[in-house]
Unconditional design. Structure first.
Length: 280
């Protein structure tokens, strides 16, 4: 796939651009988060994904603001995503969003996601309405969802609602989620992989190892390149500066059609963490 680079961006259906490669900060302490974000930004990353649930919005925001102050990098160059933890009411959604903004020390999030579809149709409707209004109020630039199944996307389509620009799900060769990918594709919703490295559970899979050896790359780098070549956004997590750099060194090679076909056959519905895409 020619043209891919560390600073490659995809156009979301609202017209805004999102970096296709970024850093995830799930299950990091505050100190680990600050160090990882600074290391990633210094390595050229321009996309950081956090969440209210992760309890590290504050160190993410501080690392971004410190990096910008130290390097003269415009804050607008760095894409920041966060996510709503509780699906409850319209009012609580806006209140929790504003709290997250204060913690992160920013005026707006570039992207704000519902972390799940849990709660049922009526609650989803109210929470999504709050996100639409938050965008109108300038609290967020773009809005999306995470861990939504095809039926939840279809629910918004049938209601004639504004659609999310992104659906962030568990997505890798061992978890293909064909129905979700198809549904989102029909409506121009980008897919984002929150565990593109499969949490390390399949680094020793023979098919993956074989492709890695062929390209003189690590299994992690092959997994990330697979996601990028499918047009997915990938946000690998690491607290190691060395691994953060290594994860980004995937733009000097390309997987062949045969490589992609081999990896595409590995689906086993491997749940790496949280699987709520079929909730009511």
């Amino acid at each position: 796939m020619p043209g891919l680079a560390l600073d490659s961006r995809l156009k979301m259906h609202d017209g805004h651009l999102i970096p296709q490669f970024g850093l995830g900060v799930y299950e990091m302490t505050s100190d680990e988060t600050y160090g990882a974000v600074k290391a990633a930004l210094e390595a050229g990353y321009r996309h950081v994904d956090t969440a209210e649930w992760y309890e590290n919005e504050a160190p993410v925001g501080k690392a971004i603001n410190d990096f910008c102050a130290e390097t003269g990098t415009p804050r607008a160059d760095i894409f920041l995503t966060s996510k709503l933890m509780h699906n409850e009411t319209y009012e609580r959604t806006l209140r929790d969003l504003k709290t997250s903004l204060r913690k992160a020390g920013v005026d707006r999030f570039d992207l704000y996601l519902m972390h799940s579809a849990i709660g049922g149709p009526q609650i989803r409707k109210e929470v999504w309405r709050a996100l639409v209004d938050a965008k109108k109020q300038g609290l967020v630039t773009s809005i999306g969802v995470s861990n939504w199944g095809a039926k939840h996307i279809d629910e918004l389509v049938k209601a004639g609602s504004e659609l999310p620009v992104v659906n962030q799900i568990d997505l890798h060769p061992f978890m293909r989620h064909f129905d979700i990918v198809e549904e989102c594709g029909k409506h121009g919703i980008l897919l984002e992989a929150w565990a593109p490295l499969v949490r390390g559970l399949r680094f020793d899979h023979p098919a993956l190892v074989a492709v890695a050896k062929q390209h003189a790359k690590e299994p992690a780098q092959i997994l990330l390149r697979w996601g990028l070549q499918h047009g997915f956004i990938v946000i690998p997590k690491s607290v190691s500066p060395k691994r953060i750099v290594s994860n980004s060194q995937i733009f000097d090679f390309e997987l062949s059609d045969a490589d992609m076909a081999q990896l595409d056959k590995l689906d086993e519905y491997l749940v790496t963490d949280w699987d709520v895409v079929d909730c009511d």
